[in-house]
Write a protein that binds this ligand. Structure first.
Ligand code: ADE
Length: 231
């Protein structure tokens, strides 16, 4: 077993890096990969950078070069589900790209044209269960399971949020999870995305994101640390 932990930004991985015993650090395609141990488990930790291309590239490197067997994504997200507040937790049941749109060709929004499988990539049921159990012990926040949607856009508009809720039944929005999910699925590697809310993806989203990314990253980190202990 070798567990990959991906975060997009420095704030999302810094505390995990401190928790880890690092044996080796390797740079590939401008991404730094840290190999080592957490709670006796073999870990590869990395910061993918923001957006779906960076996330996809990093995930394929984790699989090909580091032979990881499980993939966890940790980080922050904008709320789509109305009950969610800053610091609350989302465990992905699946992930989709909200910004792929070939509707003029008769495809549904979010559907990847001519793709051999569903475009709603399902997270591992075992890892979802592990995340749920690990969150009970580690955070005192609302924990929701549901569909994560990703796109190469920072969402800061309530109309767009309503659209993501109505079109995709999404619980949160971010910029990497579905790319990790797609690459993991194509390689038959189990994955789960853990996100904590930094903002409500509305007119105040950029201020809220700046203020609460550190706090939200810590909530997500607590669950990931606990998942690794409990594996
Ligand atoms: N990550 C955190 N907040 C976000 C938002 N509002 N839109 C996209 N990604 C995010």
């Amino acid at each position: 077993m070798k567990i990959a932990i991906i975060g997009a930004m420095a704030e999302e991985i810094i505390a995990l890096k401190e928790e880890m015993t690092i044996h080796k650090s390797t740079e590939i395609a401008h991404v730094q990969f840290y190999e080592g141990k957490m709670s006796t488990k073999d870990i590869v930790l990395c910061q993918s950078g923001v957006g779906k291309v960076n996330a996809a590239l990093t995930t394929q490197i984790l699989i090909d070069h580091f032979q990881v067997t499980h993939i966890f994504f940790t980080g922050v997200a904008g709320a789509v589900e109305e009950q969610l507040e800053v610091g609350d937790i989302i465990i992905s049941t699946s992930a989709m790209q909200h910004d792929i749109d070939a509707s003029p060709l008769g495809f549904k929004r979010g559907e990847i044209p001519m793709f051999p499988s569903s475009s709603d990539f399902k997270a591992s049921t075992e890892l979802i269960k592990l995340a749920e159990e690990s969150s009970i012990a580690s955070v005192h926040r609302k924990v929701l399971k549901g569909r994560v949607v990703s796109g190469d856009q920072f969402i800061a508009n309530t109309e767009l949020v309503s659209d993501l809720r109505n079109t995709f039944n999404a619980v949160c929005v971010e910029m990497e999870g579905s790319a990790v999910a797609q690459v993991a699925t194509l390689n038959n590697i189990p994955f789960v995305i853990i996100r904590s809310i930094s903002d409500k993806a509305n007119g105040e989203a950029s201020m809220s994101f700046t203020e609460f990314t550190e706090l939200a990253s810590e909530q997500s980190r607590l669950i990931v640390s606990n998942m690794i202990k409990n594996m």
